[in-house]
Design a protein around this ligand. Structure first.
Ligand code: PMP
Length: 352
C-alpha cells in the first residue's frame, strides 16, 4: 500500500436496497411507489424543448422552490431543495453538526444513513434506544447534545409519533438544530411543518421519492426558518452550485400542480396497506402499526432471514437488516393490490 493510500480516511458507505433488473420481479424493497408520477410530468417530458438543456439550471431551483412554498403555505426563503432527501440530509449534517464536540442524538433503530453521515463528517453521535415497542423515549433527548435527528414516521419501523412528542423535544433543545425527516409522512403521520414558524431551529425534510412517485428524478427538500435555509444554501454553494438539474426542477414543479392525483395515489397505497396487514397477520406475522408506505413484520415461527432468501428465489424482493433488535423483521414496501396478493401467496407456500 502506497503512503497516499494509508493517509486516506476509510469510510463505511450506506448500503441501499438492491435494484435488480428481472422483468418478472415484484420489487418491494426500497419503498418506491408502485404508481407512475402525475400525468402532467409525462406530458412535460414529451414536450420539453431540449435546447434549454444547453443552459445551467437556476441556482436557486426557482420554479420548484416557489412551487413548494405555495404548496406548503410558506415563503421561498424557507425552502431548500436537493438531489433527493439524502442530499438535503447530508447537507444539513454538514451544515449544522460538523465540528460539534457534544454528540448528536438519533434513535438506535432508525434510518441507517444517519450514522454514515456522522462518521463521514467526524460528528460524534449517540443512539438512545427506542423502547421495547420501538417507540421514541422523548426524555432521552433532554440532555445536552450537538443536534437531534428524528425520522417521523420512523424507518424501518413505520411507526409515527404524534407531533406533540416532536414539539416537546424541540422545546427541550433551543440550542440545537432539530431535524425531522418526514420521508413517509404523507402516508399517515402528523407533520412538524407547523413548528417551523414557531421555532427557528426546526428543519423538516421531505422527498418526492415516495408519495410523489419520483425516486428516479432525485428530488428532496427541507422547510425551515430562513436562517437555517441560508446556512444550508451557503454550504451547498461551497461544493456544488448546481445540485438540481433542469428536468428535476421542472418535473418537480409540474407534479405539485396535480393535488388530486397525489391524493388518489396516496389513498390507494394506504388502502392496500390495510389489506396487506390483514393478509400478513393471517399468515402468522406480527405487523407494527404502519403510518408509512411499508410494513415492518416479524413471523411467529419462521426466521426473517430465511423468508427473505426464499422470497428472493421467487424474485420477490423485500428488505432485511442484519442488525441488533431488528434481525428477525422484514421491511415490506406496499405495492399494488395485485403485488401484495402475490406476495401473500408466495409467503403461504414458503411458510407451508
Ligand atoms: N429518509 C428516510 C427515512 C428514508 O427511508 C429515505 C429513503 N431511503 C430517505 C430519507 C431518502 O430518500 P430520497 O433520497 O430518495 O429522498
Amino acid at each position: 500500500m502506497g503512503n497516499w493510500e494509508k493517509s486516506l480516511k476509510s469510510v463505511e458507505p450506506y448500503v441501499p436496497g438492491e435494484q435488480p433488473s428481472f422483468t418478472d420481479m415484484i420489487k418491494l424493497n426500497t419503498n418506491e411507489n408502485p404508481y407512475p408520477p402525475a400525468p402532467g410530468v409525462k406530458k412535460l417530458l414529451r414536450e420539453i424543448d431540449t435546447d434549454m438543456l444547453r443552459r445551467y439550471p437556476k441556482v436557486d431551483s426557482e420554479e420548484l422552490a416557489k412551487g413548494l412554498a405555495e404548496e406548503y403555505g410558506t415563503d421561498f426563503r424557507n425552502v431548500f431543495v436537493g438531489v433527493g432527501s439524502d442530499d438535503v440530509l447530508g447537507t444539513a449534517f454538514l451544515t449544522f453538526f460538523k465540528g460539534k464536540k457534544v454528540p448528536i442524538l438519533f434513535p438506535d433503530v432508525t434510518y441507517s444513513f444517519y450514522p454514515v453521515w456522522a462518521r463521514l463528517y467526524d460528528i460524534p453521535f449517540e443512539t438512545p434506544a427506542l423502547d421495547e415497542n420501538f417507540r421514541l423515549v422523548k426524555e432521552d433527548y433532554y440532555k445536552p447534545n450537538g443536534g437531534v435527528v428524528i425520522a417521523n414516521p420512523n424507518a424501518p419501523t413505520s411507526i409515527a409519533e404524534p407531533v406533540s412528542v416532536i414539539e416537546d423535544i424541540v422545546k427541550h433543545n433551543p440550542d440545537s438544530v432539530v431535524i425531522v425527516d418526514e420521508a413517509y409522512v404523507d402516508f399517515g403521520g402528523e407533520t412538524a411543518l407547523g413548528l417551523v414558524g414557531k421555532y427557528d431551529n426546526v428543519l423538516v425534510v421531505r422527498t418526492f421519492s415516495k408519495s410523489r412517485s419520483m425516486a428516479g428524478l432525485r428530488i428532496g427538500f427541507a422547510i425551515g426558518s430562513p436562517k437555517l435555509i441560508a446556512f444550508m444554501t451557503a454550504i451547498k454553494n461551497c461544493y456544488n452550485s448546481y445540485t438540481m438539474n433542469t428536468l428535476s426542477i421542472l418535473c418537480g414543479a409540474e407534479c405539485l400542480k396535480d393535488r388530486a392525483y397525489f391524493k388518489e395515489s396516496v389513498d390507494r397505497i394506504v388502502n392496500t396497506r390495510e389489506k396487506a396487514v390483514k393478509g400478513l397477520e393471517e399468515l402468522g406475522f406480527k405487523v407494527l402499526d404502519s403510518s408509512a408506505n411499508f410494513l415492518f413484520a416479524t413471523h411467529k415461527s419462521v426466521k426473517a432471514r430465511e423468508i427473505f432468501n426464499k422470497l428472493k428465489e421467487k424474485h420477490i424482493f423485500v428488505r432485511y437488516f442484519a442488525k441488533p433488535r431488528i434481525d428477525n423483521y422484514l421491511r415490506i414496501t406496499v405495492g399494488t393490490d395485485a403485488e401484495m396478493e402475490k406476495l401473500c401467496a408466495a409467503l403461504k407456500e414458503i411458510l407451508g
